[in-house]
Write a protein that binds this ligand. Structure first.
Ligand code: GLV
Ligand code: MN
Ligand code: MN
Length: 419
């Protein structure tokens, strides 16, 4: 029996710290934004570890990295596990990278113990999950599953005017394989929770039932550039004056949908961006999330009407551009049950929960049975350099991943019959 099998915790923790040195920041976090030099170094290191572990490493056209461990029945569909290596500009050591390195730990544990599985097992590192540099995020999984257009994503431009495809080629990760080339038997992603629930509930494992829906907007306020010193206040068409009112009303709208609504204005761009010129244009990003599609639709209508009303009031042009959206997702009962069986066998305190953060698993769930495992993170803090997860929880989660993968890669119906 494999019930006694456990991952090598020291090796996992050491690998996490080695990876965290790439793009390390003074406050103890990482900056490894997609397709940067640091992203390249992280990818190179991960791919090398996979090759040393005997995996066949493949790169597709959008830069997704797959590392395959053969199955006893190599004709069966692989069981996929992994996450992402890119980070926020002021990101932490665990967001994404934990899911990739825990997946590698699973494969190495199977190798060390000489255990073969019926299905092949594949590790994946998806490209540009964060969307911090090139929007939208979840690029690798979105293109892989056919929800985002490859050509459109390759043509996306960052704030410096650099093109996604040029940067992908520059770091050497524009592979030959067409994204979406194969199907999977199941997909499991492990991740830190990035919120405060598990810590507050004193649970070690979250069995994720689904992910809330999200909408990404650009709120575009267009007025008129004018001199900051000479233009009387009542003669200005000032985008900032409308923005203050709009943001306040969107916060109030969000309060109406407490405690689930989440409104974030994360990026502000003033044009021309000069201290002594009233801006001609102001573009403010809005990330809005809620678990209920009907509420997302209602909020969408409200945002448009707030924008119209307030911009009209002070003679501005107001535009709401929806640049990306993702409906709420429910994960497969097959995967949730496999995770639950592993948690029960290992005896960790656990709970079912919904994810507030977006994950590549959302897109995967449209093509294969998918599940997610969460572990607690300190003070629920993530997208922050101080992000922290306790070593014992990192190891516990990886053991749950190990047994979940063993379960899914050896389904009863495909196990050799005992004579
Ligand atoms: C992923 O990082 C998200 O924005 O939820
Ligand atoms: Mn992540
Ligand atoms: Mn993230």
């Amino acid at each position: 029996m494999n019930d006694k099998l456990r991952i090598n915790g020291d090796r996992l923790l050491e690998r996490l710290m080695t990876m965290a040195k790439i793009g390390s920041t003074p406050k103890g976090g990482v900056c490894r934004v997609a397709l940067s030099d640091e992203d390249k170094s992280g990818r190179d290191l991960f791919a090398e570890w996979c090759r040393v572990a005997g995996c066949d490493v493949r790169i597709d056209r959008v830069g997704n990295i797959f590392a395959r461990r053969r199955g006893l029945r190599d004709d069966l569909l692989p069981v996929l596990t992994g996450s992402h290596l890119d980070s926020q500009p002021t990101g932490g050591k665990y967001d994404g990278v934990y899911g990739v390195l825990a997946a590698l730990a699973v494969i190495e544990t199977l190798d060390d113990a000489g255990i073969e599985t019926q299905h092949p097992v594949e590790i994946v590192s998806w490209t540009n999950e964060e969307g911090a540099r090139f929007a939208p995020g979840l690029t690798g999984s979105g293109v892989y599953t056919g929800h985002l257009s490859l050509d459109q994503m390759l043509g996306t431009i960052d704030k410096q005017g650099l093109k996604f495809d040029d940067e992908l080629q520059r770091i050497g990760y524009a592979g030959e394989i067409q994204p979406g080339d194969q199907c999977f038997a199941a997909a499991i992603e492990i991740h830190i929770e990035q919120g405060p629930v598990l810590e507050a509930e004193k649970k070690v494992i979250g069995i994720v039932s689904g992910v809330q829906g999200m909408r990404w907007y650009d709120l575009v306020f267009t007025g008129q550039e004018a001199h900051a010193g000479t233009t009387p206040m009542d003669r200005r068409r000032d985008p900032a004056a409308a923005a203050v009112r709009v943001l306040q009303q969107i916060y109030a709208l969000n309060d109406k949908h407490a405690p689930h609504g989440r409104a974030t204005f994360g990026d502000f761009k003033a044009e021309p961006g000069s201290r002594n010129t009233v801006p001609g244009r102001l573009i403010i990003s809005l990330d809005f999330r809620h678990p209920d599609s009907a509420i997302l639709d209602e909020v969408d209508r409200e945002i448009r009407s707030i924008m119209n009303r307030e911009c009209h009031e002070i003679g501005l042009e107001g535009q709401v551009d929806e640049i990306w959206s993702m409906p709420p997702v429910t994960f497969s009962t097959q995967c949730r049950s496999a995770i639950q069986r592993s948690v029960d066998m290992l005896g960790y305190p656990s709970m079912e929960m919904i994810s507030g953060a977006g994950h590549d698993a959302m897109y995967l769930s449209s093509i294969t049975p998918t599940g997610m495992i969460f572990i607690p993170c300190k003070d629920g803090l993530s997208h922050n350099e101080l992000e922290h997860a306790e070593p014992e929880n990192l190891v516990a989660g990886s053991n749950v991943l190990l047994h979940t993968i063993l379960d899914l890669a050896n389904p009863q119906s495909e196990k050799p019959k005992v004579q």
